[in-house]
Design a protein around this ligand. Structure first.
Ligand code: SAM
Length: 313
């Protein structure tokens, strides 16, 4: 999950300058990135955050946004009649979106039992359909993945960088892909602030509940309130408009971002190279500009590839 973003609301010129300088220091990025889990930091409980999101914020409007975002990134491929697997389903909102977009068969799985329960609660909204299965399992468990077979669309948004073994997890998820399938993943992109955020996440997860609330308040102050003090109406609209980002909710994403541990990130060209050279895929769509970059790769037998390259993307 990306850190809550404020797009045009974000007014920190110094940070933008730093990001520009850092972007020119390509080779150093590899030293800064790919930091896996540390034994002394407890993992974040993603699933409880997702359950709270559903309990407080789920709405048909958010579902519509999620459907629009999913369909737009896959366009011109229509999900209708396709098989779809959601690796690390979290709240289950994207799974429900895929279900409503007409997939023929759907499997959603997550490591966290609370994420599994959250997704089951959304499945219930559609009367527990037989062609939607929700499982507990790990993207690092090769035997489990093998039991799942191969899929037209393998979807894993904001997950594989939270496994503690990102590249292994990407490789494992790819094994779920049919030769002519589509591999849709979103991964954190290395930034000049990666090291800072890793320290922050460790501090958050080691902290008690009071420390966590204080860190959340400090984050909101620094990232949202302080830069907009001169135009306070922007604060409210940034929070309100937040749902435009895949149907997500501002404070859920603040906690997910500060807490999201284990954490790794990668440069866009690293992911592209890994997908093409190591996984034998072709990149057919890319969305940048957020903390997570979205990648859409086509399998080696993807007859749909020509359709992607034909249009302006
Ligand atoms: C940031 S959330 C993203 C959830 C969802 N994909 C979305 O887009 O909202 C990351 C999810 O990955 C799950 N996760 C972490 N490690 C995993 C693993 N090894 N296998 C499967 N899921 C995992 C977490 O439990 C959490 O629900």
């Amino acid at each position: 999950m990306p850190p809550p973003k404020f797009g045009r609301f974000f007014a920190n010129k110094r940070l933008r300058k730093l990001l520009t300088i850092r972007a020119t220091l390509g080779p150093l990025d590899s030293l800064m990135s790919n930091v896996a889990s540390a034994v002394d930091t407890p993992n974040f409980e993603f699933g409880k955050n997702w359950q709270s999101f559903l309990a407080k914020c789920y709405s048909p409007e958010r579902l519509e946004v999620s459907k629009r975002c999913l369909a737009a990134f896959l366009d011109p491929i229509d999900l209708h009649g396709k098989t779809f697997i959601d690796v690390g389903c979290g709240s289950g909102l994207s799974s429900l979106a895929a279900y409503d977009l007409g997939v023929r068969e759907l499997v959603s799985f997550d490591l966290d039992p609370h994420s599994v329960d959250a997704t089951l609660s959304l499945r219930k909204l559609r009367d527990d359909p037989a062609h939607w299965t929700v499982l507990r399992g790990s993207a690092l468990d090769e035997a489990f993945l093998k039991s799942l077979g191969q899929w037209d669309i393998v979807y894993s948004w904001g997950v594989l960088h939270h496994t503690g073994q990102m590249w292994n997890a990407v490789r494992n998820a790819r094994t779920l892909l049919k030769p002519d399938g589509l591999f849709f993943i979103a991964l954190y992109t290395t930034s000049p602030l990666s090291e800072y955020w890793i320290r922050t996440k460790k501090a958050y997860n080691r902290g008690g509940s009071l420390r966590k609330r204080l860190m959340e308040a400090r984050y909101v102050w620094r990232q949202l309130v302080a830069p907009n003090l001169a135009m306070p109406w922007r604060i409210a609209s940034a929070v309100k408009d937040y749902k435009k980002s895949r149907g997500m909710e501002f404070m859920t994403d603040v906690r997910d971002w500060l807490g999201g541990w284990p954490y790794e990130d990668a440069r866009i060209e690293e992911v592209w190279r890994f997908g093409v050279r190591d996984l034998g895929l072709t990149l057919v769509n890319l969305k940048t500009g957020e903390a997570c970059t979205e990648y859409l790769f086509a399998g080696p037998a993807g007859t749909d590839r020509s359709r992607f390259s034909a249009g302006e993307r």
